[in-house]
Structures are given as C-alpha cells and as structure tokens.
Design a binder for this molecule. Structure first.
Ligand code: SF4
Length: 330
C-alpha cells in the first residue's frame, strides 16, 4: 500500500484478533497515522490508539503508552527491529520502503566508483534493494556485512551501529539520503565513502565527506577541551528500551568520582536542555543515550554534551588522537 513515497505492507491478517493496538510511527510517517489507523480499524475491527510521542527508531518502543491503554500489541512502523532488544510485550514491526531503481544505481556505481571491493550499506528504507544492486555489479566484489546483534538485515546501518561494514572493503557505498550516516561511516571506519542519494541520483565526493567528518571531529575535540576543567557531571541514561546503557553510565560515574569529580545519573526519555536546566547547573553532560543526541543536538545545550568515548579523553583514559565515534557495537 502506498503512503506518499512510502510502500507499507500492513500485515492485516497477522494483527487481526488484537482487541487494541498502539500504533507508533516516526515523524516522517505521522502524517499518514490517521489514514493507517482508519484502515486497520475498518479491516481488522481492532481499536487503534495513535502514539503522538516522538519516535526515533526501533530502539524507542512506546511500552509505557501501550501499557497505559491496555493495548494487546504495539504496531511499530518505519523501522526494522533491533534483534538484541528484547521486550516482554508483543510488538509487530512493519518497515516503510521507499522504492528505488537498482539498475540505475548499479550503473552509477559502475560509472563513478573505481574501487572493486566494496561494502554496500543502506538504511531501513532501501536495505531490501542491496542484494539486487550487488547482483547487478558484475566485476565487483560486493560485501554485504551481517553486522552485530542490533542489525536485522545484511548491509543495514544505524546511526548507532556501523558493524555491517566489512573491514576488508576498499570503499563503502552508502545508498540513502542525508549526511549523518555517511559522515558516521567515515569516522567509524576511516574508509573512502561514496554516498548515493537514490531519489535525486546524486553521488557525493568521498573527499568532501571526509572533510565534513574531520570538521565534526574538530568540533567534538573542542568540546572535549572545554570539558577538561569541569567539576560536576550529569550522566544521561535513556529510558528508551533500546538506548539504555545503564551499566556504562554507572561505570562512568565511578570513573569520575575516583577523580574527585561530582557526578549524577539522570534518567530521561527525550533529552532536552530545559529538563536538564530544571535540575540545576552541571558543568558538563555525558550522554549514554542514542549517540546522535550528543552529536546532532549539542548546539541546543549551553554546556558541553559528550559521548562516553569523549569523556574518556577528558579523564585521561584515551588519547585525543584515538578519537572514535560513539556506537553501540564495536
Ligand atoms: S539509538 Fe539512535 S541511532 Fe540507534 S536506532 Fe535508536 S535512534 Fe537510531
């Protein structure tokens, strides 16, 4: 079934029989929420409750909301499941696919990319097409990595997990939109990255992407430097089931206290500057939640917000030249 540029195959037969369904969608799909809800109610007879909270990934399941309305099922759309995240509640994941033209993409690769041993990766919207693109690339050694236990499909990358990138590849080809993933791949794997936008059919220059990655690293290192004299730290732990790194947060607290710094653990759902301000002033924050929080949202905070890896630099456990992007899997 089509919803704008998305193809969503709603599994009516599978969800039929649930009396009450909590429907959860990410921001880009929320516009279709009422239409999808009406269809489900009409076809299955189930009662549907729309989650209007933010939803950033499969890590972010609306368990509290589902329990609050006594739902029988969470229908989570727009992401693939994270296999290592297990919950004691029925959840059905439904991906939202944006159709692309594998033949045109393969042609673009053949015309522009000279490296022959390539790791092919994408996000949930296009990951289904990777095998076909790989088959069309005769003469290339196309590697589709299985990745860690957070990865549902070969070649899938998440903003928190680049483990499906094959270490033996000479270059990485990312099929998708936006620069966050390709920059993350540059920082995590230190390889040439080609990013192909399958909608506009534009291919990015690997040097430009690497320069963007270097610029981001300079910003991050300046935040590390700013944090060197910090005395009080707030360590953010996410309430979201697939972002929770409580054990790591506790280790960070112990590490800070050993160095006679003040440290407090903060549990939060969405990480927002106003909520931190309500707790009084900290000199520095460390986020063990989604790695994107510290990287994407740092400008919203008056104080540095660091990743766990960056905190290691502040306390002298890691050298500046050994910078690594924060991920959930190595
Ligand atoms: S932790 Fe962040 S990057 Fe990872 S799946 Fe969740 S929202 Fe995406």
């Amino acid at each position: 079934m089509r919803f704008g540029s998305y193809r969503i195959d709603i599994p009516f037969d599978k969800i039929r029989g649930n009396k009450r369904i909590l429907l959860q969608l990410p921001a880009g799909l929320k516009i279709y929420a009422r239409k999808i809800s009406d269809l489900i109610e009409e076809i299955t007879g189930s009662e549907v409750i729309l989650s209007s909270s933010s939803c950033f990934g499969a890590c972010d399941l609306a368990l509290d909301e589902a329990k609050a309305v006594s739902a029988d099922l969470i229908l989570h759309m727009g992401h693939l499941p994270i296999p290592s995240v297990r919950v004691d509640f029925p959840v059905e994941f439904v991906n939202a696919v944006i159709e692309i033209d594998p033949e045109r993409i393969a042609r673009m690769i053949r015309d522009n990319i000279y490296e022959k041993k390539v790791s092919l990766v994408s996000t949930a919207q296009h990951v289904d097409y990777l095998e076909e693109i790989g088959r069309l690339l005769k003469g290339y050694d196309v590697l589709l990595g299985k990745g860690s236990e957070r990865i549902a499909k070969a070649g899938l990358v998440l903003g928190c997990d680049f483990s499906s990138i094959d270490a033996g590849a000479d270059a990485v080809i990312f099929i998708g939109t936006g620069s966050f993933h390709p920059i993350g791949i540059c920082m995590a794997r230190k390889k040439r990255v080609y990013s192909i936008d399958p909608l506009s059919m534009r291919i990015s220059n690997p040097e430009e992407l690497m320069e963007m990655a270097r610029k981001l690293m300079r910003i991050r290192l300046s935040l590390v430097s700013r944090s060197m004299d910090a005395r009080s730290f707030g360590i953010i732990v996410s309430k979201k089931v697939g972002q929770n790194r409580f054990g790591l947060a506790r280790r960070i607290k112990r590490d800070l206290e050993k160095r006679e710094k003040k440290a407090h653990l903060l549990i939060m759902d969405d990480v927002r500057p106003d909520l931190i301000e309500d707790l009084g002033g900290f000199d520095c924050l460390v986020s063990t939640a989604c790695p994107r929080v510290a990287i994407d949202d740092y400008q919203g905070f008056d104080i540095p917000i660091l990743t766990p890896v960056e905190l290691e630099m502040v306390i002298g456990k890691r050298r500046m030249e050994d910078y690594e992007i924060d991920t959930f899997s190595p």
